[in-house]
Design a protein around this ligand. Structure first.
Ligand code: ACO
Length: 334
């Protein structure tokens, strides 16, 4: 929506994140697959990740984030108009995990839905949620990114199992009173590249069967090099493009909050925008790739560390399965 078409601004008024307590180090994974701490660190920047207990679902983390957002903003669950959860690891195929969050926090009369865009999920969801505020339809939208990646990892496949972790993060979007809020976004999808990143089994194409399980089709598969090249290109391209069309450069940014898939992907994007390390949020070393959760976790950490002040420009960029990619530009509020 153009600036002129917006009735209101969608401002981020609270951030929150949740990480499971259990730390899995690279050395722990060395015991499961033929890998090494040195390989993982040098190729990805990852030192450790968090895993949720096996018997706890994604909603556990999303609910914790939702409750924290309410507490931080000191509002009641019924003050929310809509809850969007970005995830590729919903508790169940249906109902939406967002409905489980809605019920758990006691937000009666609030509608809720899931959004599936893999590692771009949060960026897609925050841009989508903002539309309801900008149009005047809603006052408050909760946007959460949550993934329990440990539930879809093949711990016999060293090319994927070392890359991911579990976590959740989220923001509260509210009708802004001033210039703070979403300035612009660019979002893209290209379904032609489905083969290079997917989970093939368990859906309507290959419903779960002994055969799909025997063939381990319920686990994430990827062509690492193809995804890597794509991510390097698109993360830099969409970030630079969004800045450029708003008459900005990296020098105008306070913080770049990229999807955390690989340190080398982030470094390449930062280089393209001429960003010094202090302007780039990086926590992949501690949490690995939590898919839809990486960006809101990083944003919440940055906010908690006092790295954002009123008026600061924040660029959030995601690239992931679909393939999908996109970027949002916000002016920070109080
Ligand atoms: N430990 C040790 N060796 C490994 C491991 C491992 N965990 N995984 C792969 N290798 C080996 C490979 O088998 C290969 O061996 P070979 O040369 O004998 O065939 C060698 O390491 C090099 O493999 P490459 O795939 O070329 O390594 P690369 O430098 O490309 O790094 C990686 C692989 C980390 C997967 C990288 O391609 C990557 O990050 N891709 C992006 C994937 C991604 O992040 N996907 C997540 C979802 S999408 C997203 O978030 C953007």
């Amino acid at each position: 929506m153009t600036e002129e078409g917006k009735k209101f601004r969608a401002a981020i008024t609270a951030t929150a994140h949740f990480l499971p307590d259990k730390v899995i180090t690279n050395a722990d994974l060395e015991r499961l697959v033929d890998t090494s701490d040195g390989w993982i660190r040098s190729r990805t920047g990852i030192s450790e990740r968090r895993f949720l207990p096996e018997d706890e679902p994604t909603s556990t983390m999303a609910i914790a984030v939702a409750q924290e957002l309410l507490a931080r903003r000191e509002i009641d669950p019924d003050d929310i108009d809509l809850i969007i959860v970005a995830t590729i690891t919903p508790d169940m195929i249906f109902p939406a995990t967002a409905c489980l969050v809605q019920h758990a926090i006691g937000a009666s009369g609030v509608w809720a839905y899931d959004l599936s865009a893999a590692c771009s999920g949060f960026v897609f969801a925050v841009a989508t949620g903002a539309q309801f505020i900008e149009s005047g339809a809603h006052r408050r939208v909760m946007v959460i990114g949550a993934d329990k990646m440990s539930s879809i990892l093949d711990f016999e496949d060293r090319t994927t199992c070392v890359l991911f972790g579990d976590g959740a993060g989220g923001v509260l979007l509210e009708r802004g009173e001033d210039e703070a809020g979403l300035i612009d976004f660019e979002l893209y999808a290209d379904g032609a590249a489905v083969e290079c990143l997917h989970i093939k089994g368990g859906g309507s194409l290959y419903p779960p069967s002994h055969e799909t399980v025997d063939q381990r089709m319920h686990y994430i598969r990827q062509e690492g090099r193809t995804v890597f090249r794509f991510a390097v290109e698109k993360m830099a391209e969409v970030s630079a493009s969004l800045l450029e069309r708003n008459g900005l450069t990296g020098a105008d940014l306070k913080l770049f909050v990229p999807h955390q898939a690989n340190k080398r992907i982030i470094d390449a994007a930062a280089q393209r925008m001429d960003l010094p390390p202090e302007k780039v949020m990086m926590n992949i070393d501690r949490y690995a790739n939590t898919t839809a959760a990486t960006i809101p976790i990083a944003l919440a950490e940055a906010a908690d560390q006092g790295r954002l002040e009123r008026g600061d420009l924040v660029l959030m960029t995601g690239v992931g399965g679909g393939l999908t990619w996109g970027s949002t530009l916000f002016r920070w509020g109080d």
